[in-house]
Ligand binder design. Sequence first.
Ligand code: ADP
Length: 399
Amino acid sequence: MSKCMAVNAGSSSIKYKLYEMPEEKVICSGLVERIGHDDGHFVIKFNGEKKEETLPLPDHSVGVARILKALLEFNIIKSYDEIKAVGHRVVQGGKYFSKSAYFNKDTEEKITKLIPLDPLHAPAHLMGFHAFKDALPNATAIAVFDTAFHQSMEPEDYLFPIPYEFTEKYDCRRYGAHGTSHNFIAIEGEKYVKDSKDKRIISCHLGSGASLCAIKNGKCVATSMGLTPLGGIMMGTRSGDIDPSVYYYLCDEAKLPYDEVYDILNKKSGFLGVSGVSNDTRDVEEAAAKGNERAKTSIALWARRVADYIGSYYVRLGGADLIAFTAGVGENSAKFREEVLKRIEESLALKIDYEKNNELHGKEGLISKEGSAIKVAVIPTDEEVMIARDCMKALEGTL
Ligand code: ADP
């Protein structure tokens, strides 16, 4: 038995989950947030209890120290040596990583090289890594990349039709994201497709960030996010794919600097921008139910984009055996799933059990009926357990 910590360090927060492995038992979980502020927030949950504290969190290392102190304080562990491995989620692995890697000097150098591709998260991942490494020098550290699962794509799926020298010189191509989640769906979805020849899964990770992935025999064939997580379908605040001229036109017509327009496409578009209500689909759903036209339009726009990607991945995979809904919206919202399903059921010969769809919130289950040409399921994702599993592989020397 080994204790492994899954860590997701962002620019102002660190989420963590401590596992007993290989049992995959969650020992405790929580977060520190508002790093950089005097009124930082610390949370730990264990044995059905939740403890919280407000404290100054000047930097990531103070946050990590608070997390580790709590493990001893609440008798969750007796000594830090019990934590054998720490797995860090890293958003961008670029062309360098097609699987998780030991977090050594070489890995750190590559992540540093990739900062231009992910200026928001990469420095935070490195800060999180150093804070844990200083506090737990004996624990094995690994990096688990959101992009790694997508490295199996063929050039026709990852190249952009731009001058090839830009692709080569700047590594400007599709990398995708949410790969750890799509990989989890590939593994969990296996039981629904085990009798199918090519095990074709269309994984729909629909959260506030969202992407789709076409999976064949456990490997990614195509994914919707692009060079960065701005691409693909419309999201909470991100536009997803648009005609690139929109960018130039807005800079020119609205007389806005290019970085402001980029910020608008990332943070003020999607559900928030179209509905004018919120980036949270629960608020948008409520407003639409009360008759807000822009909220209704935003839902239709989103569902159309998800449906179109499913159609395109159906063609890419030569058919499909399973469509899986996951993440915040995909797991919890019957209404949003229904909006997508209504747009694909006839053309893909689906038979949907809408009553079952209405009953499923945050739980796994089939929502298609017997006789549906493709199975449709809700599968709650678990990126942290994937990190913990790779920690175990690292400890066993099979990473
Ligand atoms: P991320 O990790 O990208 O922040 P999540 O996968 O946690 O996103 O999804 C969070 C989003 O899920 C929320 O912003 C909200 O829009 C949506 N969500 C959660 N529960 C529901 C629900 N019951 N109905 C509709 N949307 C929901």
